[in-house]
Design a protein around this ligand. Structure first.
Ligand code: 3PG
Length: 210
């Protein structure tokens, strides 16, 4: 599963973090992001229609790899997989989730925001973690400090990232790619402004990961 996760994360400099209130806006947003060049998407489990939107994208939008985000409960793991998620993302990790995710057939990207959490995941064999909330938890300077003591661990910083600071993360040798909602802002989704989402995606897709 680690190799599969590595392959997914290496496909893109940026993973859009998406929250949908209906399947149709999910479909249109996913197409706009793909057409802009972003092909790995994270659909958060924060709304009643999240699973429906995830499944619709998996079934109907070609050329994208779709993960389920904001996985907080072991029950979410099962539901996300049944809806077709290719990977799972959590803002942190808990012992219940660790158990459920290790048995899941798809890879899991757990969140960390401290050195001890990062060490605990390393101990369990993880090589990738979401760094969340990246800005408030210490930003690029924090991640840079982990390169020497934890050289095997690679991060997907998410939280407070946009075009103004994304390169500060992407240039670090322990950053795989970045996550964020700036490429598909909620107001653009709500307004159906797919052109805006496509152009934001294009700008982000042109970024170079290390
Ligand atoms: C997430 O769950 O990863 C965050 O809500 C994304 O953070 P952002 O909106 O600051 O990009």
């Amino acid at each position: 599963k680690t190799e599969r996760l590595a392959a997914i994360l290496s496909q893109t400099p940026v993973i859009p973090v998406l929250t949908f209130s209906d399947a149709k806006s999910g479909l249109e947003t996913a197409k706009a992001l793909r057409d802009g060049g972003l092909t790995v998407l994270e659909v958060t489990m924060r709304t009643p229609k999240a699973l429906e939107a995830l499944k619709a994208i998996v079934d109907e939008v070609e050329g994208v790899t779709v993960g389920a985000g904001t996985i907080l409960e072991p029950e979410h793991v099962q539901q996300a997989i049944e809806s077709g998620a290719s990977f799972l993302v959590s803002p942190g990790s808990s012992s219940r989730l660790l158990g459920a995710a290790s048995e899941a057939p798809v890879p899991w990207l757990p969140g960390v925001s401290t050195v001890s959490e990062a060490m605990q995941l390393s101990e369990r064999g993880a090589t990738f973690a979401k760094f969340f909330p990246a800005g408030p938890a210490g930003g690029p300077a924090f991640l840079k400090s982990l390169v020497a003591p934890l050289p095997e661990l690679h991060f997907v910083p998410t939280g407070g990232i946009d075009m103004s600071n994304v390169q500060d993360y992407l240039k670090l040798r322990n950053v795989a790619c970045c996550g964020g909602s700036w490429v598909a802002p909620q107001d653009a989704i709500d307004a159906g402004d797919w052109g805006k989402i496509q152009s934001l995606a294009k700008e982000a897709a042109a970024l170079k990961a290390r």
